[in-house]
Design a protein around this ligand. Sequence first.
Ligand code: CO
Length: 210
Amino acid sequence: MDISKIFDNNKVWISTKLKNDTNYFKNLGKGQQPEILYIGCSDSRVTAEELMGVNPGEVFVHRNIANMVPNIDLNVMSVINYAVTHLKVKHVVICGHYSCGGVKAAMQSSDMGILNPWLRNIRDVYRLHHTELDLIEDESKKYDRLVELNVQEQCVNVLKTAAVQKAMLEKRITVHGWVWDIHTGKLVDLMIDFDKILKDIREIYRLSNN
Ligand code: CO
């Protein structure tokens, strides 16, 4: 791809937006009030806004390899805190996807250098659920299931933060675990009951007295 083409695309995009609304950029410049925080994978095939059919200003987005929420990653922790405490989003979404290269790498035995500590978080998900995963003989089904379990565990990591615990107890936020099926384009809600999970994990991860 010729990188200069990007600037031509940008000019076309500006004129399309202005054709529909002459104040489009003026309004965008006024500020943001997104209702959704989306944490997804950096994979080039998995767009955030496009697959959800939303516009600029509607979703606060964070992407990294395999949509992870490691508790010592200052980047994702800052994004969650800012979105929940300051932007006051109503929904936090963790969106994984089938055929995730990060999850695949974590299923294989190889030294990935600087990526090892990042992938170890996914290997930890495998270890947590190895009884279920080891029963799945079909490798691609096991891979798909690890993608789903990784989404679930990253949602649990979201619930371990003080800002989200507070917002959930005040009933002003909902956490969602989704998987995007790269083979069909379909977004799937894993329908995880996070109120129940929050109750369970607060036995150990309780960060406030209420
Ligand atoms: Co991925």
